[in-house]
Design a protein around this ligand. Structure first.
Ligand code: FES
Length: 122
């Protein structure tokens, strides 16, 4: 018999949903913006590097979410980073390294890889 799952409050606290610094959504869609194997390699790199750099499940850390499609569907893998609303093309592991270090941690969007910037407004 498996152990009971944590209650919702414990899960939310463990993920630091209420005090994250940034959130990146990376498309690992059905091979339209990038070959599926390349997108999956980028996703695996993103998860590994964020953990290596101590950015996962910590206060003021970085949330990451695998998206099915971000509707750009070319020049991918496509990603978007909030709160800035910076959209990125060509998110290979090498380019993600720059996005992680310079933007997700350093706070400076990587303009040479950005295709749009649209912070959400009310
Ligand atoms: S498949 Fe990646 S943006 Fe649509």
């Amino acid at each position: 018999m498996s152990a009971p799952a944590d209650d919702l409050e414990t899960v939310v606290a463990g993920l630091h949903l209420d005090d994250a610094r940034r959130h990146i959504f990376l498309c690992v869609g059905g091979g339209k913006c990038s070959p599926l194997e390349a997108s999956e390699a980028s996703w695996a790199f993103l998860k590994k590097r964020l953990r290596e750099l101590g950015q996962v499940d910590v206060e003021r850390g970085v949330l990451r979410t695998k998206a099915g499609c971000l509707r750009v569907c070319r020049d991918g893998p496509i990603a978007v980073v909030y709160p800035e609303g910076t959209w990125y093309r060509d998110c290979t592991p090498a380019n993600l390294e720059r996005i992680i270090v310079e933007h997700l941690i350093g706070g400076r969007p990587v303009s040479s890889l950005a295709i749009a910037c649209g912070p959400l407004v009310d």
